[in-house]
Design a protein around this ligand. Structure first.
Ligand SMILES: Cc1cc2nc3c(=O)[nH]c(=O)nc-3n(C[C@H](O)[C@H](O)[C@H](O)COP(=O)(O)OP(=O)(O)OC[C@H]3O[C@@H](n4cnc5c(N)ncnc54)[C@H](O)[C@@H]3O)c2cc1C
Length: 422
């Protein structure tokens, strides 16, 4: 072996210095193995650093059954990884590495400092501790080197080649491409003959036919019930919580959760509608009575002053926009609708057509990815290429908001790291 061969030969290569790659490297740092992490971007962990709005909801405290019920696809499959490194292990591990954590509302766990950067720095300090792991940034892997169905190494975009008999592919999915995860991992898996489940953005806002006034961008409406309806008005999904108005549609935690459940229907082009109930605690009859009473009391007053009985002043403008359009629609149908019906409809069943989602640039997670039948769930090793392992979002897993996705990355990284040491 010449000098160059020596410097490019490692026991394990990790492709991608994101949540999964950094966790695997941190865990491997004391294994005695010579590990190389190749990260495409100028810095590692760019996505990790913006998670949880800069606070990083790195896991949660749900029991196994509840945890898995929030993760789609392969709940059984994920069980092995989760059992080998659960949310409790994540908490224990980070605390033992010197990062105090805190549990907040909804069983969500954050660093006590409130800074996602501290999660990244904790992983980095573990990696740097033993000199066994090297992290190269600005190194985009463009090819997996495979001979006789055995991984041999990787070739980077700058043509540099690194060798190892074990390679962990954890380049993430396609969401938030500005952080580096732009689908390379999925392409590399496909090129090495792995079946791919179609990918689509998930945990992302929805675009609706009706625009909202620009100045209401990010306006939050709290405690609403949101339903997703099919073209026959059947309820497909419903959820309760807060929504944000967006110039092009709706966003916010409730919409994100619902979007994850309807992503596949949207992908298939199904006609779907969203209906918002701003007064879920009142029945239609109760609310109608209230509306009729206020209309009588405020007879002769402007629309603004009447609807102010239920709406904050910011939403009155939205109501006026909506009312104008709705009146025209009823007129074209030759239907006469009274003021009470309009107010009732806006408050109780404000329905709009969903025309898509806000896309990869805003999606929190990727639905789809490397098909789970291609990967052994007990080791995270490819069934097609010996020595090739997978972890994180590149796989066909996704979870709800609330620390599920990072925990999936950590659990699968742990299992892959453990298997690669054998
Ligand atoms: C805005 C936002 C907020 C989020 N907040 C949370 C949260 O609070 N809690 C939670 O659980 N989840 C959250 N998530 C989801 C979570 O961040 C991801 O699911 C998780 O980071 C996936 O980890 P990963 O390692 O698989 O992929 P990533 O973290 O995306 O890492 C993949 C890495 O691979 C690198 N890479 C890509 N291609 C190549 C290549 N060809 N060669 C070398 N390197 C490459 C990328 O640059 C990247 O650094 C959030 C996501 C977003 C976008």
């Amino acid at each position: 072996m010449n000098q160059r061969d020596k410097s490019t030969k490692f026991d394990i290569i990790i492709i991608g210095g994101g949540a999964a790659g950094l966790m695997a490297a941190a865990l491997l740092s004391e294994s005695g193995k010579k590990v190389l992490v190749l990260e495409k971007m100028r810095q590692a962990g760019l996505k990790l650093r913006i998670t949880g709005k800069g606070r990083c909801n790195l896991t949660n405290t749900f029991d196994q059954e509840t945890f898995l019920s929030h993760c789609s696809n392969g709940t059984n499959y994920l069980k092995t990884a989760f059992l080998s490194f659960s949310n409790k292990d994540t908490i224990k591990t980070f605390e033992s590495w010197g990062l105090p954590l805190v549990e907040e509302r909804g069983s969500r766990v954050f660093p006590k400092s409130g800074k996602s950067l501290d999660v990244f720095l904790t992983l980095l300090s573990r990696i740097e501790k033993t000199n066994k792991v090297r992290l190269f940034c600005n190194k985009a892997v463009e090819q997996l080197l495979i001979e006789n169905k055995q991984i041999k190494g990787v070739r980077c975009q700058d043509k540099e080649v690194f060798y190892a008999d074990k390679v962990l592919l954890c380049c993430g999915g396609e969401s938030y491409p500005a952080t580096g995860s732009n689908g390379d991992g999925i392409r590399l898996a496909k090129l090495s003959n792995h079946k791919i489940t179609p990918t689509m953005p998930a945990l992302v806002g929805i675009r609706t036919k009706r625009a909202h006034p620009e100045r209401l961008q990010n306006y939050t409406i709290r405690n609403v019930e949101v339903k997703i309806l099919d073209k026959n008005d059947n309820i497909l999904e419903k959820d309760f919580g807060d929504i944000y108005l967006d110039e092009y549609g709706l966003a916010g935690p409730t919409i994100l959760r619902l979007n994850r459940k309807i992503a596949e229907r949207l992908y298939k082009g199904e006609k779907l509608f969203v209906s918002v109930d701003m007064k879920p605690k009142l029945s239609k009859e109760q609310l109608r009575k209230e509306i009729v009473k206020v209309l009588q009391e405020r007879m002769g007053q402007s629309v603004e002053s009447v609807v102010r009985a239920w709406l904050p002043k910011e939403l009155v403008e939205d109501y006026k926009h909506w009312l104008k359009r709705r009146k025209e629609e009823y007129k074209s149908l030759n239907q006469r609708v009274g003021n009470a019906d309009f107010i009732l409809e806006y408050l109780k069943s404000n329905k709009d057509e969903i025309i898509g989602d806000m896309g990869w640039h805003e999606a929190i997670v990727t639905k789809g990815g490397v098909d789970l039948t291609e990967v052994d769930c007990n080791s995270m090793q490819s069934k097609r290429v010996k020595g090739l392992f997978f972890s994180g979002e590149v796989l066909d897993f996704d979870g709800d908001t609330g620390g599920f996705n990072l925990q999936i990355a950590f659990s699968t990284a742990f299992l892959a790291a453990k298997s690669m040491c054998k």
